[in-house]
Ligand binder design. Structure first.
Ligand code: KG4
Length: 314
């Protein structure tokens, strides 16, 4: 039986996630167990607790994925795992499992950078058009990359302080929303409202910065009545500011690098307003499918299978 399937293991934060692709990089199955609800009790991810959930659940996640894919270990050609960046204890669970299975099954293990996994997550559902600018926006990362091919990924700029998802979560907590608050703020927003001017936008050539808008939004909330209408108005104004800041940066770097293909990935790429704005912007947009915007094993399997081909099937 030909060994042609590639497994991806993602354990960098609070998602224990597994994916399987075939030799054409097509996704066969994926499965994820998140500990975000358990972490919600603490208002954010507690690294030690997240690592323990990975250790408890990774076996089940792998079994479920292989069952759904209807494949057996002798059909697996390689095991990919997220090696960086991420919470050290969490990453170690994924790496250890990958290496043990790799040795047992006699197949190579391939480390995959988590950010690169996100960047190429667009390839799970659409052809990738190079070169492209890629916004990676999650709870930990806010960065813009110039990607000329699968191995050439250049960081253009990143946040000098908070990440966008982190700011969504912190603002949401003050507004009384559960963690993760990004999707909840997104649902609250009313695009027809005229936004409050919460803070000045910084110049497009400067690094991303989100601590100012976070503080401005929280301070504004402290000064007004906590009515449902005010909550919607503040959420909408905050979100409009964020989307505007992203578009400023994309417009600037698109001109500097003369590139009009734009990809948006990471948890914040699930944001409805951001998706609509970029889709209507005139750029050729490659938006990660919502299902693969937050951390997942499919993207690790996908990009890992590209790396595997480059290394073993030249
Ligand atoms: O990629 P991800 O799963 O990894 C991290 O844990 O960083 O991203 C999760 C982040 C959270 O901060 C969450 O609030 C944010 O993505 N997020 C959103 C939306 N959906 C998830 N932020 C804004 N709008 C959304 N619809």
């Amino acid at each position: 039986m030909e060994a042609k399937y590639i497994i991806g293991i993602e354990t960098s934060c609070d998602d224990t996630a597994i994916g399987v692709v075939d030799s054409n990089h097509h996704l066969i199955a994926h499965y994820k167990i998140s500990s975000s609800q358990e972490q919600a009790l603490y208002g954010g991810v507690v690294p030690e607790i997240a690592a323990r959930y990975h250790a408890d659940r990774i076996n089940l996640a792998i079994q479920k994925t292989l069952l759904e894919a209807q494949i057996t270990p002798n059909q697996i050609a390689a095991i990919c795992y997220t090696n960086e960046p991420g919470l050290p204890g969490c990453l170690m669970v994924g790496q250890l499992v990958a290496q043990v299975l790799g040795d047992l099954w006699g197949v190579p293990t391939i480390p995959v950078n988590h950010i690169h996994g996100h960047i190429f997550s667009i390839g799970l559902t659409q052809p990738i058009v190079f070169p492209f600018l890629c916004l990676v926006a999650s709870g930990k990362t806010t960065a813009l990359y110039y990607v000329s091919d699968f191995l050439n990924i250049q960081l253009l700029t990143q946040t000098g302080d908070d990440a966008i998802g982190e700011v969504y979560d912190k603002v949401g907590r003050v507004l009384g929303l559960d963690y993760p608050a990004g999707p909840l703020i997104d649902q609250l927003c009313d695009a027809n409202l005229e936004p409050i001017n919460l803070a000045q936008q910084s110049a497009a050539h400067k690094p991303f910065s989100y601590s100012g808008i976070k503080t401005a939004t929280i301070n504004y909330w402290k000064k007004i009545d906590h009515t449902p209408q005010n909550k919607v108005l503040l959420a909408t104004s905050f979100q409009k500011w964020i989307v505007h800041s992203i578009m400023n940066k994309i417009n600037y770097y698109s001109k500097v690098h003369n590139v009009t293909n734009i990809a948006i990935v990471g948890g914040v790429a699930a944001n409805q307003s951001l998706r609509q704005t970029i889709a209507n912007s005139g750029y050729y947009s490659m938006l990660v499918k919502q299902e693969f915007a937050t951390d997942n094993g499919a993207m690790i399997a996908y990009y890992g299978s590209i790396l595997y081909n480059k290394k073993y099937n030249k």
